[in-house]
Write a protein that binds this ligand. Structure first.
Ligand code: FE2
Length: 258
């Protein structure tokens, strides 16, 4: 009898264990893997168009991911397709039906009334960003060449001195600002900066001149990639400076008449 009870107990225990195991199996929840369709798309610069008006976006001469890691793809996409587009559209609205409507951006900046905040901010924002895009290129950096290299040595003593002056000017800025390399009225190279969207072509600029290289140090230019590490962004900018284009800008600035 005892043997029969033991046998029945064993059968019952096995039945319970099998039942528990089956329950555990049915409770497993499958987590689906992300699909290719869920990848984030950052789009194409050429798809971004300004609304009707005198000015269209300066074409971005590389895709959004071309300047990584100095400028992250998302930073460049937001900067170009949102911030820059807004400045361009607002500039077109500000000059519509005014004396500025058919002027070049350089003439608008040189002649505008600094008390006209709408025009000042948006004309500056359009010009500064247009120059900033062209100041950079993928697989660039290095050092300037030809006549620009000679001029930098003449006016700063050496390329290293220029780099220290430019980085120093950028680092000491507080708040939203730009740093420029300019050709001043006497055709000398100088490093200068501006607050907000001001520009060395404006009559209120502390150093008047033609900008040939621009660095945007507004937070929107770097925060997604660097957070608070603005100095790292400033250092990294030197890895993407398009010295060939800056050299062309220098030659053009020498020919400019004030
Ligand atoms: Fe910007």
């Amino acid at each position: 009898m005892k043997r029969t009870n033991l046998l029945l107990s064993s059968i019952l225990m096995i039945a319970i264990l099998v039942s528990c195991n089956n329950k555990k199996l049915t409770e497993v929840v499958e987590v689906p893997l992300p699909t290719a369709q869920e990848k984030v798309s950052i789009g194409f610069p050429d798809d971004v168009k300004a609304s009707q008006g005198s000015f269209q976006l300066e074409k971005l001469p590389y895709p959004y991911d071309a300047l990584a890691p100095t400028v992250s793809p998302l930073t460049l996409q937001m900067h170009y397709s949102k911030h820059y587009l807004t400045y361009t559209n607002n500039l077109n609205s500000a000059i519509a039906g005014t004396e500025y409507e058919n002027q070049s951006i350089e003439d608008i900046l040189s002649h505008l009334d600094p008390n006209n905040a709408d025009l000042r901010n948006n004309a500056g924002g359009y010009y500064n960003h247009s120059l900033y895009w062209k100041s950079m290129a993928p697989n660039a950096g290095g050092v300037p060449t030809d006549t620009l290299a000679t001029a930098i040595k003449r006016d700063f003593g050496s390329y290293e001195n220029f780099m220290a002056a430019f980085k120093g000017e950028a680092t000491k800025q507080f708040g939203s600002a730009w740093v420029f390399l300019v050709v001043d009225k006497s055709k000398k190279l100088q490093v200068t900066s501006s607050q907000n969207q001001d520009n060395p072509l404006m009559k209120n600029a502390p150093i008047l001149g033609t900008p040939i290289l621009a660095l945007d140090i507004w937070e929107h230019a770097y925060y997604l990639g660097y957070q608070y590490r603005r100095r790292t962004y400033i250092d990294s900018f030197f890895n993407v400076i398009n010295w060939e284009k800056v050299g062309e800008n220098y030659e053009a600035a020498l020919r400019r008449k004030y």
